[in-house]
Write a protein that binds this ligand. Sequence first.
Ligand code: DAH
Length: 335
Amino acid sequence: MPEQIDQIKRDFEAEAKDIRTADALEDLRIKYLGRKGHISNAFSLLAEIPKEEKPKFGQELNKLKKAVESQYNTLYESLKKGKGKDEYLDLTLPGRKPFIGRKHPLNQVSDEIKSIFKSLGFTIEDGPEIETDFYNFEALNMPKSHPARDMQDTLYITEDIVLRTHTSPVQIRVMQNKKPPIRMIAPGRVYRRDTPDASHSPFFHQAEGLVVGEDVTFADLKGVIESFACQMFGEDINVRFRPSFFPFTEPSAEYDFSCVFCRGKGCRVCKNTGWMEISGAGMVHPNVFKAVGYDPEKYTGYAFGMGIDRIAMLKYGINDIRLFFENDLRFLNQF
Ligand code: DAH
């Protein structure tokens, strides 16, 4: 008998350990504490025991019953605590998947641009989105009367404070704070007065590039842009420069990549030209160097712009810039 009592106790404890649901607990109760359960059965065995041993085993059995009941009650309470009064915590249910956030596609492309330029020895710089007229225009060789100011539909906060229309003012801030050599890019958000449509948004993203040193040439500019194009879109991408005008560079150019969809053969997206416009670039204008106190006789440099939204659209084949800003999770979850 004592071994039997011990055995029942051990079995109950072993089974109780694995109980996770109310149903399983009820089965366990019936199995041990029920009318025909192990403990009842053990009591009925008392009849076969010699008279003088009966009280002792009776006591042992009562102890067992109490212990099992008490463990059962503890289990019952802990399962009940899981949820509201009549619910139980069912730990066998499959878990809820936690919602995992991800980087916005523009951040992913911006990170990729940064990492490519970092590998070419560029630093990453930052500047304010609310700018003064001086940094956004004046120091970039666009005095108040300059017609080039009309090229950009500026959002003014006061007569002298604007939402920056491009990331070029970061060039000025960096040159004011550092001596050459400089190799930097400055990614960030810019603002223009535009009505949103598939290719326009009142805010979008650019990265400005600037390299200044003693023997920096247009050939260096071409090499860096070409290296960027190949790392971003593949080794077979070609780059071409077309003469253009920007007040802060002389000579100035616009640069194109061969179409990333047809790889230059000509398709609907590139209107059969085989090329896609990317942005502007050029050699830093001497007046810009003068505005930051650099000697234009000593230093030369190149600068370039690049549209981050545009590059992301090319990279992922997106035909509407507004998708980036609507925060529709069905769109964003694809990246
Ligand atoms: N800031 C120009 C824009 O917003 C882009 C640009 C053109 C930047 C030529 C440059 C450059 O640094 O040299 O359209």
